[in-house]
Design a protein around this ligand. Structure first.
Ligand SMILES: *[C@@H]1O[C@H](CO)[C@@H](O)[C@H](O)[C@H]1NC(C)=O
Ligand SMILES: *[C@@H]1O[C@H](CO)[C@@H](O)[C@H](O)[C@H]1NC(C)=O
Ligand SMILES: *[C@@H]1O[C@H](CO)[C@@H](O)[C@H](O)[C@H]1NC(C)=O
Ligand SMILES: *[C@@H]1O[C@H](CO)[C@@H](O)[C@H](O)[C@H]1NC(C)=O
Length: 471
């Protein structure tokens, strides 16, 4: 399982360019040239249209009890007395309009315990961005949207909708979310939404970023998502989605981040994924995926993170992965991979993390891995690897606690420093081992996959002292 913290670096990598590419929303009540009095005076003389201001008061009262909003700031957009958490822009109608609402984290207004989702926000005619973070915590509320027939004004203007970390936000994603025709960013992460992903989401053709992670969504991934042709980030991780990954995902040619981890997806990874040439981050961990990886996987020449632990793959580890030359993290633990570690992995010059623990890998560790100068985390524990560990003392020292070779009873370390052998979890070759190994397992703590295998590679590996073959 990956914690959200572990995900943060790649997320930043992918989200940062995305944010930079979005239109700038920072025009607010503030950037008035302080030396331009005529412009300031002009804005000073502008006000909100009364119906919009009344809607805004109502939204504020539903959400926040930080202050008496009507009384303390009767003119919410006015320079000098504007509210925190809102942004306004002058419109061609000589009124100021709310374009952004941001609640939940200081310096923005905090949400009161009884806050519920204020569906009136969709009546704010110029609203472009809406952020509710950690707002709905105790009172159960749902993402209620007025029916499209009622033509809520914000349906055409809203570009960003982000409702994140709201534990009492429950219920389904309303199908008419598809009416938000200008939406570019939809983040509904870390709530308690359930039900299916509405097929109508595919109507949001301007969408750049779709994040529905950490909810309780069920059903399958709608094949229609393939029509979201501008999407650069798709995160459906940590839900209860079933069925197979629709091949139409391969149509999302702009995709840079795809995270489907921690669902119950089954079947094999579709061949069409090879079309995602811009993909930098691919996470499919903790599903029920099985079988061969797509043959065209090496076409993903921008892939930096391939994270796919915990799937019942039960195939040989594909040597083609060695052609993903930008790869920094490769995690394929707990997945029943067999065969040997491909020597082609030594070509992954930028690899920092290689996690292959708890598989059924056999044979020797490719000596070329020790040439990977950026490597700092290597876990090969709990396999059936055998032979002499091909790492020199410098490599072992550099990785330190982040090198784990334990649980491979057939491995041994050729070196004078027995402290090294303890730290990486293998015995020193020869010596006391040869005298006692026939009778008893050398490491009682070693969790060998089965007792049948625990002694066999040992005989092959450590008594024969195989030559170290360079890559
Ligand atoms: C000041 O504002 C006026 C009216 O909006 C505008 O025409 C003028 O270019 C501005 N001057 C400066 C220095 O920003
Ligand atoms: C490896 O990383 C370095 C530094 O981040 C980068 O300049 C280089 O292009 C990367 N190599 C590949 C093959 O991606
Ligand atoms: C390696 O993986 C095992 C699980 O097989 C885990 O217990 C151990 O902490 C990991 N070691 C390192 C250094 O990551
Ligand atoms: C061999 O085992 C004995 C006792 O079990 C120990 O004192 C000695 O240091 C070991 N020698 C080597 C080379 O590990």
């Amino acid at each position: 399982m990956m914690s959200p913290a572990l995900l943060s670096l790649p997320q930043v990598l992918v989200v940062l360019p995305l944010l930079l590419s979005l239109p700038c929303f920072t025009v607010s009540t503030q950037p008035l040239g302080t030396n331009n009095h005529s412009q300031a005076q002009m804005l000073q003389s502008m006000s909100m249209a009364p119906p919009e201001r009344e809607t805004l008061f109502h939204v504020m009262e539903t959400m926040s009890s930080d202050r008496d909003w009507r009384f303390s700031n009767p003119d919410p957009c006015m320079p000098g007395s504007f509210w925190p958490g809102i942004e306004c822009k002058p419109g061609s109608d000589n009124h100021l309009h709310v374009t952004r609402l941001d609640f939940g984290a200081t310096p923005n207004p905090t949400c009161k315990n009884t806050a519920t989702f204020p569906s009136e926000v969709f009546d704010l005619p110029y609203l472009q961005s809406l952020f509710f973070f950690n707002c709905f915590k105790t009172t159960k509320t749902s993402l209620s949207m007025p029916p499209p027939a009622y033509k809520p004004a914000a349906y055409a203007s809203l570009q960003q909708l982000s409702l994140k970390s709201n534990p009492s936000l429950i219920g389904p994603i309303p199908p008419h979310i598809s009416s938000l025709s200008s939406l570019q960013v939809l983040t509904l992460s870390q709530n308690h939404l359930h039900g299916k992903i509405p097929e109508g989401i595919s109507g949001l053709t301007s969408l750049i970023h779709l994040d529905l992670s950490y909810n309780s969504l069920t059903g399958s991934i709608p094949a229609q998502l393939g029509s979201l042709s501008s999407l650069t980030g798709l995160d459906l991780s940590y839900n209860s989605l079933t069925g197979s990954i629709p091949p139409s995902i391969g149509q999302l040619s702009q995709l840079q981040k795809l995270d489907l981890s921690s669902n119950s997806l089954s079947g094999s990874v579709p061949e069409s994924l090879e079309n995602l040439g811009l993909l930098a981050f691919l996470a499919l961990s903790n599903n029920k995926l099985s079988g061969q990886l797509p043959k065209g996987l090496p076409k993903l020449q921008n892939l930096q993170y391939f994270i796919m632990d915990g799937n019942p793959m039960f195939v040989p580890l594909p040597y083609q992965l060695g052609r993903l030359s930008k790869l920094q993290e490769l995690r394929l633990a707990n997945s029943g991979y067999s065969g040997s570690i491909p020597r082609s992995f030594a070509l992954l010059a930028n690899l920092t993390t290689l996690s292959l623990e708890n598989n059924r890998l056999t044979g020797e560790i490719p000596a070329g891995l020790s040439g990977l100068s950026r490597m700092y985390h290597l876990n090969l524990s709990r396999n059936m690897l055998a032979g002499v560990v091909p790492f020199n003392a410098g490599f072992i020292k550099r990785l330190g606690k982040n090198l784990d070779l334990s649980g491979n009873p057939g491995l041994c370390l050729n070196g004078p420093e027995s402290s090294d052998s303890i730290s990486v979890g293998v015995e020193v070759c020869g010596g006391n081992r040869s005298a006692s190994s026939m009778q008893q397992p050398l490491r009682s703590s070693a969790r060998a996959p089965s007792s049948l295998f625990s002694n066999f590679p040992l005989l092959l590996g450590c008594l024969a002292l195989w030559p170290v073959t360079g890559f």
